[in-house]
Structure formats: structure tokens, C-alpha cells
Write a protein that binds this ligand. Structure first.
Ligand code: SF4
Length: 367
């Protein structure tokens, strides 16, 4: 059974992680749905208390690094007042990824209301604060762009009125009216907790071998699915940009705040979609955000590496920069300072992993 000896150490706002560059807090942003003004508030907090950068994660969360350790109460207060800590008890379980372009372009339904209702429903159920902090909900608007990610419970729209509630992957689910999706997901989360409580350290639906098959009404299903990066550039009227190395600098965050005319969505591929801001792409590109799919930065990611992480002997960011500047045509590549491969993308990619003696990088394929 996976994860049996591995304690649940995922950070949150109320449970900071001590890194080599100071404490860090992870701020959940369900579905990646936020606004330019909210990004601006977090940018000011990151500059006042931490390194100044906002780090994007593959679950569309944001991290503030370089904090005093222990973190001051005034930081927690500032994050709460900025609207990013709606629950004291459920801080680390609000893990929801979703189709980033839902309601903006494409998809079979706009699932933004469903995301908000799922988050509210989670926060309203005291027992669900006990879900593992790695437990992930995936809400797919029917285009199949997030249902290929490893997730625990999900929903994939078929149209505005119906969809599949998915258990442990996109191949098994319950066909439900859209209005029943959130209650069904919450009920299944309770069932998972009940089933998992006889084991230690069960994090995921896949850790309970046959659990999903015992849920009444579950059927095998074939749905469109994949792990698709959000297209860059102008997407209908929206501006879609990649954040190099997933570190949004203060200048970039300031530009996002200035350019965002409507919602801002953090993507699982560590980019940002600014609704209604296609005309502002030149300003966003001027501060180093990537709007050109031909840019090598759209194909390179890296863990934070040295000196921010004590487990790394190399500066992954320096390697990534050298790779980006080499001019070589690239396939999707992730650079890691150790075998944990933090932040590696879910889809096909090439892994560059620093060996223990860090004399050179090894090359491996990951699927
Ligand atoms: S992959 Fe290793 S070196 Fe990189 S951030 Fe994770 S633990 Fe640190």
C-alpha cells in the first residue's frame, strides 16, 4: 500500500514547511480561480514577509517562500484578511484542480460554480478536515484536460446538465445530473474516510485497492482525457502566459494586477490566464511572462533546487536557464535536484535528475 511509512507533511498556511531558504506557506486556490486584485494582495504580503516571489504549484496553489521561521502571526492574519484562508480547519484539504479555460473558451460546461460549491461544501463538513492533505479533486469541464491527472475524486461534464463523478481515475464513475455532482463528491469523500480509517497513512483512492468498485452504481466509462497544457497567447479574448520556473516575480505580479480586467486563473501547467486581457499581452511579455509557445521556457520546468532546498546540490534554476538559453529545440523537460522530482509534470516529459554526487545530470524518460 503506497505511502505507508511517509507522514503527511504537505504544507499549508497554518502548517508552514521549513526549507533551506526559510519557512514557506502553501495557499490553496481551488480550481486556480482568483483575480488580479487578489494576486496583488498576495504580492504585497510576499514582499513584506518573504522573498517577494509567488511560486505556482502543479495543483494551482501559490507558495510564499523565504519567511521567518517560525512564521509571524501577522503573516497568517494578512493571508486571512486577503481572503485566502476561509477555514482554520480545512486549510490543507481544499485541493481542487480544474480545467483552467472553463467559462472562458471551449469545454462542454462552465464548471466555475461547481468548483466554488465544492470548496464551500468541503469547508462546511467538519469531518472532511480529516482528509489527507494530498487528496485531490479534479473538475473537468468536458474537454478532458485535467481528468488525465492523478486524482482521487473528480467530475467530468458531458454537457451543462450531466456528467460523470469519477473515482480514482477517469475510467470509473457514476453518471449524475450536474446538480448532484457536489453532494455525490462529498458523500464519496466521507465513504473514503470511513474505508481508510482502518489503515495508517492512506492518502489516495488508489491506495485502497478495490474500494472504488464497491461503491453502488459505479460503472466503467471511456471519456476524453489527457494532461493538456493550456495554450499560450491570445485565447479568444483572454491572455494566457507561462510563468518561467513557476516563480512570479513582484514586477510580474504587479503587471498581472494591472492587466487583469476580470478573473485570473492559475493553471496546473504553472501559467496564468487573464480573462479579457488578450490586448495586454505585450505588457505581460515585457515583464518576462511567456506568451509564445515556441519559447523554450514553455517546455522547461524545475524544482526549486539549491540553495532553497537542502536536498539539492545543484541550482536547478541555473541549469534551466542555461538550457533555455542554449537555443536547442526541446521536448517537455523537468529538472530536479534529487530523486523526489518535486513538481514534475503529470504528462509525458523528459526528466533531468541531479545524481547524489551532483557531478553531472542523468537523463531519463518519464511517462
Ligand atoms: S526534487 Fe529534491 S531537491 Fe528538488 S525541491 Fe524536491 S526535495 Fe528539493
Amino acid at each position: 500500500m503506497a505511502g505507508v511509512t511517509d507522514p503527511d507533511r504537505c504544507p499549508g498556511v497554518l502548517r508552514p514547511h521549513s526549507a533551506a531558504d526559510g519557512a514557506l506557506v502553501r495557499i490553496r486556490v481551488p480550481g486556480g480561480q482568483t483575480t488580479g486584485a487578489a494576486i496583488g494582495r498576495l504580492r504585497r504580503i510576499a514582499q513584506q514577509f518573504g522573498s517577494g516571489d509567488l511560486q505556482l504549484t502543479s495543483r494551482a496553489s501559490l507558495q510564499i517562500r523565504g519567511l521567518a521561521d517560525p512564521v509571524p502571526d501577522s503573516l497568517i492574519r494578512a493571508i486571512r484578511e486577503s481572503g485566502f484562508l476561509p477555514s482554520q480547519t480545512h486549510d490543507r484539504v481544499r485541493n481542487i484542480v480544474a480545467s483552467p479555460l472553463t467559462g472562458i473558451s471551449g469545454g462542454k460546461a462552465d464548471v466555475r460554480e461547481l468548483i466554488a460549491n465544492l470548496d464551500a461544501g468541503l469547508n462546511a463538513e467538519p469531518r472532511l478536515a480529516s482528509l489527507p492533505s494530498r487528496f485531490l479533486f479534479a473538475i473537468d469541464d468536458g474537454r478532458g484536460d485535467v481528468s488525465g491527472m492523478p486524482f482521487d475524486l473528480g467530475y467530468q461534464a458531458v454537457d451543462h446538465h450531466h456528467g460523470w463523478v469519477l473515482l480514482g481515475g477517469a475510467d470509473r464513475g457514476l453518471y449524475v445530473p450536474a446538480r448532484d455532482a457536489v453532494p455525490t463528491l462529498l458523500e464519496l469523500a466521507h465513504r473514503f474516510l470511513t474505508a481508510s480509517q482502518e489503515f495508517d497513512h492512506v492518502w489516495h483512492v488508489r491506495d485502497l485497492a478495490d474500494w472504488a468498485t464497491t461503491v453502488p452504481g459505479v460503472r466503467l466509462v471511456e471519456l476524453p482525457r489527457g494532461v493538456m497544457a493550456t495554450p499560450l497567447g491570445a485565447v479568444v479574448g483572454a491572455a494566457s502566459v507561462q510563468v518561467p520556473l513557476a516563480l512570479l516575480t513582484p514586477a510580474q505580479a504587479t503587471s498581472v494586477e494591472a492587466c487583469a480586467a476580470g478573473p485570473v486563473v492559475i493553471t496546473p501547467s504553472r501559467g496564468l490566464v487573464l480573462a479579457g486581457a488578450a490586448g495586454r499581452l505585450p505588457e505581460l511579455a515585457a515583464v518576462g511572462l511567456i506568451d509564445n509557445p515556441a519559447s523554450p521556457w514553455s517546455a522547461i520546468s524545475a524544482c526549486v533546487g539549491a540553495p532553497s532546498c537542502a536536498s539539492s546540490l545543484i541550482s536547478t534554476r541555473a541549469y534551466a536557464t542555461a538550457l533555455a538559453q542554449s537555443g536547442s529545440p526541446l521536448r517537455r523537460t523537468h529538472i530536479s535536484g534529487c530523486e523526489r522530482r518535486c513538481g514534475a509534470p503529470a504528462g509525458d516529459h523528459r526528466d533531468l535528475v541531479a545524481p547524489r554526487d551532483a557531478q553531472l545530470l542523468t537523463l531519463g524518460e518519464s511517462r
